[in-house]
Design a protein around this ligand. Sequence first.
Ligand SMILES: *Cc1c(COP(=O)(O)O)cnc(C)c1O
Length: 380
Amino acid sequence: MIPFNKPFLIGKELAYIREAVLSGKISGDGPFTRKCHTFFEKTLGFQKVFLTTSCTDALEMAAILCDINPGDEVIVPAFTFVSTANAFMLRKATIVFADSSPLHPNLDHTTLPDLITSRTKVVVPVHYAGMACDMEPMLREAEKHQLYVVEDAAQSMDAQYRGRALGSLGHFGAFSFHETKNIISGEGGLLAVNAPDLIRRAEIIWEKGTNRSAFFRGETRKYEWMDIGSSFLPSEITAAFLFAQLEQLDTIQNCRRKIWQSYHDELRDLSASGAFELPHVPEYATHNASMFYLVCKNKTARDGLIEYLKQFEIYAMFHYLPLHKSPFYRQQSPRIISLPNAERFSDCLVRLPFYFGLTEEEQQMVIQKIHGFFQQKTRV
Ligand SMILES: *Cc1c(COP(=O)(O)O)cnc(C)c1O
């Protein structure tokens, strides 16, 4: 059996959890949280980060920091996970869905001028598969209209746009350490705050609306309710697990890049013969091998491939059902809109098994069966 995903231990996760538990401090913002923060700030170069319990939480923090008022418009790609839109919906924003590029699932920045109105406040680029959106034109457009840019970098740890880390380019970057991502802690996330004037407020929102962090630094004599906020910080148990993974970031990434490259090299012939498209890697993007997907010619071929692989206990997956067609959004906004590129990726995209520790034999089996499926198709 070859599962789609498999959570993994890389080294010291259990030892660090034990250390955290035995230290007598297992709530949040302790030594392991600080080690993780230091890693992101000193080793990876983010200006200011906050560990959160999920990327969903990081997006919700960002939405609070963008100061959304009811009716403010937020531009989100339709081809994304629910949380990208839901975080802003919770603040009573009006969600405006953007289509994907024809070449890849990311938000097509050329559609922005038509989507931006006087009420637009935020644009949320999602770097699908850790493949950068074209950030320069997007940031230029956002600046022209004074919009916040919140990067949904859930899948983008260790990926770059023209050499700059994804998640560091907009006002905010939200990352995920859910067990399906490159670096994991079960559930977990991170908010990178790249706008210096928003750091102070971010810290208060992170700590349930209190100035508890400033109090522990000795900057105030008591801590009080200062703002809205929530319990966004993870426990030390989560941070301990995460830190063990971060220490092995290069090992994890080398393994994943090898898997990505093998899929790419060994499926190129089939792609060239027109069976499907391989992931498009724009010249400005250095991806992080966060997943490997194929784009089949139509939904029938895609569903057929998933079913075929399942017979051999190989589990491939489709991805997002486009949010503009979701029951919740349709109820909010009954007007039917058509976003053909997002709909095509939703119908035709299939993700292949991909996880740290996927063996060469397992991967060869997946590749061989994909060849088998398309050979069988040309014979009939
Ligand atoms: C995984 C993912 C999320 C949600 O991350 P959680 O940590 O599970 O909250 C949000 N957006 C995208 C694009 C994702 O891939």
